[in-house]
Design a protein around this ligand. Structure first.
Ligand code: CA
Ligand code: CA
Ligand code: CA
Ligand code: CA
Length: 434
């Protein structure tokens, strides 16, 4: 919808009033929040941070800049509408959706699916052609450097340690706020140069990323040019416990932050410098300063689990209502038939109505050096402890390292500390969720 200047102002006022009408307590929340508390075109040459009405996202293959050159930071402070400091794991989420509005008419082609990094490195021997027209728009979490964090990075905070503009001194990988995803160690990493970098001093290998959401629209068909005022919707992947954990932590502190990125072509060249990046064809998004187009919107649906337990069965009221709609769930029942009681599902953070959501060991092996390896399912914001025993009677904590090779699965590799396990002995392992 296009709004006149006056109507836009009224719409913003209406949404602000609507926001503050909510009660701050445990229980259900079903919120639609707009405009964002802050938004910021994260681009080295943005000299009006936090005030521009439009934020484009595009790639650069100029060796002075991050490949994901222009990113779009969006944030909502939620403390006034969702109770904070309830403990991250107590935020149960049904849906988190962000909607953005396009401000340019037919400037870029709609692609609703992820493109491998190999499709961008057109001059590399292992490159592959892009199998579908256009480039997807991706949504990620946000991480920070330069001493900043979600609380201290504002929409007008410094981009990063900029050198003299246009002098070739601008550093790669130095922006203070950046699009981030979890690596297999569970750490948030900067994905700005995942498809490669033309700067010879940048030696990190390219890598595949997994967007937290890919933008979809009903205003254009895949492969078609996108009209102005199109709405792009991003549904966060809540099947990944690490992504859910990021959002839970953000709600606990009252600061939801996300970054939009697309490797849409600007005019620059590809890595190595032999092929053209394509014609200028990138999306431009309305910020909260835009008076013609709708600002970013977030919809958050879920429950904050409080301590109330009116039927005294050990299952919190909010937890029972979230999954079952009422307080009829019995702690020892197993309505989804996955072998885990409702009480166990509560403690392990799994879904008591979904048999595929259950805490269990799904793989075990010994490495060639005799170290044990386990794989088990995980939930968001749980700590896991691996214990070992020779006799199933006395258990001790086993030393090892956790990694996250697949969404929803942790892999534990035993650290032997130079000792070799007794070759003939049988050993047992168990995993506890804390
Ligand atoms: Ca494509
Ligand atoms: Ca109860
Ligand atoms: Ca169950
Ligand atoms: Ca289950």
């Amino acid at each position: 919808m296009k709004l006149s200047w006056e109507n836009a102002t009224q719409a913003l006022l209406a949404s602000v009033i609507w926001m503050v009408a909510f009660q701050i307590s445990a229980g259900d929340f079903q919120l639609r929040l707009t405009p964002p508390t802050l938004d910021r075109w994260v681009y080295p040459f943005n000299f009006e941070p936090g005030t521009r009405p439009v934020a484009p996202t595009f790639a650069s293959f100029d060796s002075r800049f991050d490949t994901r050159d222009a990113q779009f930071l969006i944030g909502w402070d939620t403390a006034s509408v969702i109770a904070t400091n309830q403990g991250p794991r107590n935020y149960l989420l049904k849906r988190v959706r962000i909607a953005l509005t396009i401000t340019v008419d037919r400037a870029f082609i709609y692609d609703p699916t992820y493109d491998s990094f190999l499709t961008y490195t057109t001059n590399q021997p292992d490159s592959v052609p892009d199998s579908d027209l256009g480039r997807p728009v991706e949504l990620y979490g946000v991480a920070y450097r330069g001493g900043f964090d979600a609380a201290s990075f504002k929409q007008d905070s410094p981009y990063g340690p900029l050198g003299a503009i246009n002098s070739g001194t601008i550093s790669i990988g130095t922006r203070n706020a950046y699009a981030a995803m979890f690596d297999t160690n569970g750490a948030l990493i900067d994905i700005a140069n995942n498809v490669g970098q033309a700067n010879a001093s940048w030696t990190n290998a390219p890598f595949e990323v997994t967007p937290w959401a890919v933008g979809v629209t009903t205003n254009a068909a895949p492969g078609e040019l996108v009209p102005a005022d199109s709405k792009f919707v991003f549904d966060l992947n809540l099947n990944d416990p690490l992504i859910t954990g990021y959002i839970q932590l953000a709600l606990d502190s009252g600061r939801l932050r996300f970054m939009v990125s697309s490797l849409s072509p600007a005019t620059q060249i590809t890595p190595g410098g032999t092929a053209n990046g394509g014609t200028v064809a990138y999306p431009q998004w309305a910020t909260k300063e835009n008076l013609l187009y709708d600002p970013p919107v977030i919809e958050v649906e879920g429950t904050t689990v409080g301590s109330a337990d009116t039927d005294g069965d050990g299952l919190p009221d909010d937890w029972e209502k979230f999954y079952f709609g009422d307080l009829s769930a019995a702690p020892d029942a197993d309505p989804d038939g996955d072998g885990a009681s409702n009480r166990t599902e509560l403690l392990s953070g799994t879904n008591p109505t979904n048999p595929h959501s259950v805490f269990r060991i799904i793989g075990n092996a010994y490495n060639t050096n005799g170290a044990a390896q386990l794989r088990f399912t995980i939930s968001s914001r749980r700590n896991y402890r691996v214990e070992t025993s020779d006799d199933l009677i006395s258990w001790r904590i086993a030393n090892g390292v956790l990694s996250y090779p697949v969404a929803g699965v942790a892999q534990w590799n035993e650290s032997l500390d130079g000792e070799s396990p007794v070759p003939s002995s049988r050993r047992y392992f168990r995993v506890a969720a804390e």
